[in-house]
Every structure is written in structure tokens, then in C-alpha cells.
Design a protein around this ligand. Structure first.
Ligand SMILES: NC(=O)c1ccc[n+]([C@@H]2O[C@H](COP(=O)([O-])OP(=O)(O)OC[C@H]3O[C@@H](n4cnc5c(N)ncnc54)[C@H](O)[C@@H]3O)[C@@H](O)[C@H]2O)c1
Length: 321
């Protein structure tokens, strides 16, 4: 597909508005067919703010588009993405693709059989620091991630596993690239029936252990990933897109008559990361995929595996309640 891609955006809430903003900015790539939101008030507000056409009917918008962004609540991803794929449209669907691996398999199968792009919005994959990680990570032994945030009260249809933990699960599984052989997880629900806090321990076939923690009830925003491998200790901060690598750590006890001191030294390498808006990078990648210039970084099969493990994490959490 050459020329501008006619893009429709479905679901223009908190995340959807950022998609509209980025898509409008990519004026050489997209011609905005319009937007649709189930809320007429939201539809009118976003259509007005970005000077795009607000459709009153989702089918009419899909018919007028060549590709669509699906940023409706997670519980509705499946039905909306399926409708668009069945109409022969490429789809960029927000994460997680669906709430079950079975639904994800169906969508991936549908896209493959029709030769359509189905990309999942794992936006952190386009974070400059995460892209850089692939160059420095080599046989990790231990991966520890923390994604903690205050209560936004917004996402009510799924718990913190499908809302936040899925980001780090996707990154971790992609970095290690091996089958997960063991999963243990615990969680706490406070605001409703879904877990608000969760910790999962995974072990991969080759032995690497990962602990992934997510919370939407923490009085601060923390987004870090650390990796221990034999030659280095890597610290990534998602918010600042910074990477520090500690190497050649040495430690010694120094004893004098008066005191005992502990000294620890290591070389710290600060990696310069090209910082761009990850959502913009995600869209540029989507455009290239639709044009047949590349294939999705987050391919359907890897996303199915991520959802399978997320489902196992949820089973573990629920079985311990
Ligand atoms: N990639 C990220 O970092 C990130 C961040 C936040 C949210 N998300 C994802 O984006 C999705 C939306 O989350 P949000 O925070 O924007 O939620 P939100 O509630 O703010 O927005 C959802 C919007 O969809 C509309 N809607 C509901 N059902 C619809 C339907 N069937 N058809 C059309 N519109 C419909 C609602 O009226 C609302 O405006 C979720 O899947 C979430 O996981 C991703």
C-alpha cells in the first residue's frame, strides 16, 4: 500500500486521544478517515479538538478506513478488532490484545488468513531504552521489574495484571526468548473484584528467573527494570528512558584500629538513548508494516504466548484467594 493510509480511530478515551494526537501529527503517513467512540459526548469533544470527523456508526467508520486503531476498554478489544479484520482492515489494537489466549488465537488466525496486519500496542517496546536493551542483554540470570502507580480509577474492566504487568511480561518474555517453565503469583484486590497489586515469579527453560511486580495502588509512580547477568548489572528507568550498566564490581572490607569500612566500586556506563515519543514510533512501525516494508515487532504468536502466561498468573492469584 503506497500513499497515505486512511486511518479510523475507535475508542478515544484516555489512551485513544493520544493515538488521535499522534496520528494527526503523522500527516504524511495518514489521512484521518475519522473517529468513533461509544460516548457521543466524547466523540464530539475529540472530533472538535482535533478537527476530525466524528462518526456516529462504527461500521461506517471501518468502511471508510483502510486501517483502524482500537483503543476501547480491553474487554471490548476482541469484538471490535474482529469486526475490523472481518471487513479486511489492518488493525493496531491496544494492549492486551484480548483477555483470553483463545480469543487472541482467533484474531491472529483471522489476520493471517486475510493477509492483514494485526499489531498490538505494546508501546514500551518502542521506548528508546527498551530498544537499546537488546544490544546489552546477554544471557540474563535475574530480571526484576516494578511498575507501580497511584490509583487512577479508570481501568475497571481488568485487573493490574492485564492493565500494567502485561507490559513487563511482554518485555521480559521477548528479552529472554525461551519457554516459561514455572509461574507463581500472588495478588491483592482492594478497589473491586480484580487484583490491584500483583507479583509474579517466572522461571524460563534456560534457568533465568524473573520477578514482575505491578501495582495501581502505590503513592508514587515507579517504572524500573533491572537485569543481572554475569558481566553486568543493568538498570533501566522507563520514565526517563535512561540505562545505567554496572560492570567489574569489586568490594573490600577495610579495617583500621578505629573502624571497619566496606567499600564497593564498579564502572558505571551511561547509555545514550535516542528519546522519541514511543507512541509515535509505534505508529511509524505500524505504517511500515501496512506498507509491507517490515513485519510487526510484536507478532501475533508472541502476543498469544504473553496472554497465555498472563492467564496463568491470574489463575495462580485467584487460586490463592
Ligand atoms: N499502551 C499503554 O500504555 C496504555 C495506557 C493506557 C491504556 N491502554 C489501553 O487502552 C485501552 C483503553 O484504555 P483507556 O485508559 O483509554 O480507557 P478509557 O475508559 O479512558 O477509554 C475508553 C474509551 O472507549 C469508549 N468505548 C467503550 N466501549 C466502546 C466501544 N465498544 N466502541 C467504541 N468506543 C468504546 C469509551 O467511551 C471511552 O471513551 C485499554 O485496552 C488499555 O489497556 C494502554
Amino acid at each position: 500500500m503506497n500513499g497515505k493510509i486512511k486511518l479510523g480511530l475507535i475508542g478515544t478515551g484516555h489512551m485513544g486521544q493520544y493515538h488521535v494526537n499522534v496520528a494527526v501529527g503523522l500527516a504524511n503517513e495518514y489521512e484521518i478517515a475519522g473517529i468513533y467512540d461509544a460516548s457521543a459526548a466524547r466523540r464530539a469533544e475529540i472530533a472538535d479538538r482535533f478537527s476530525v470527523k466524528g462518526f456516529e456508526d462504527i461500521d461506517a467508520l471501518i468502511d471508510a478506513s483502510e486501517a483502524v486503531v482500537v483503543a476501547v476498554p480491553t474487554a471490548h478489544h476482541y469484538e471490535v478488532a474482529k469486526k475490523a479484520l472481518e471487513k479486511g482492515r489492518h488493525v493496531l489494537v491496544e494492549k492486551p490484545m484480548t483477555t483470553s489466549a483463545e480469543q487472541a488465537r482467533e484474531l491472529v488466525g483471522l489476520a493471517e488468513s486475510r493477509g492483514l496486519i494485526l499489531q498490538v500496542g505494546h508501546v514500551e517496546r518502542f521506548n528508546g531504552a527498551v530498544l537499546e536493551l537488546r544490544r546489552v542483554v546477554d544471557k540474563p540470570l535475574l530480571i526484576e521489574s516494578r511498575r507501580l502507580a497511584p490509583n487512577s480509577g479508570r481501568i475497571l474492566d481488568v485487573g493490574v495484571v492485564m492493565d500494567l504487568l502485561i507490559h513487563d511480561l511482554d518485555i521480559t518474555m521477548n528479552l529472554v526468548g525461551e519457554e516459561v517453565k514455572f509461574v507463581d503469583a500472588r495478588g491483592v484486590a482492594r478497589t473491586g473484584k480484580h487484583e490491584d497489586v500483583a507479583t509474579a515469579v517466572l522461571q524460563f527453560e534456560g534457568g533465568c528467573v524473573a520477578t514482575i511486580t505491578a501495582s495501581r495502588l502505590t503513592q508514587a509512580k515507579v517504572r524500573t527494570l533491572t537485569i543481572t547477568q554475569e558481566s553486568a548489572y543493568i538498570i533501566l528507568d522507563f520514565s526517563t528512558q535512561d540505562i545505567d550498566i554496572h560492570r567489574q564490581a569489586t568490594s573490600a572490607y577495610l579495617m583500621t584500629r578505629e573502624e571497619l569500612k566496606y567499600r564497593q566500586e564498579s564502572f558505571v556506563e551511561k547509555i545514550f538513548v535516542h528519546k522519541d515519543n514511543p507512541l509515535r514510533q509505534e505508529h511509524i512501525h505500524f505504517v511500515k508494516c501496512v506498507r509491507g516494508q517490515t513485519t510487526p515487532i510484536v507478532d501475533g504468536q508472541s502476543d498469544i504466548r504473553t496472554i497465555e502466561i498472563a492467564s496463568r498468573i491470574l489463575e495462580q492469584i485467584h487460586s490463592s484467594w
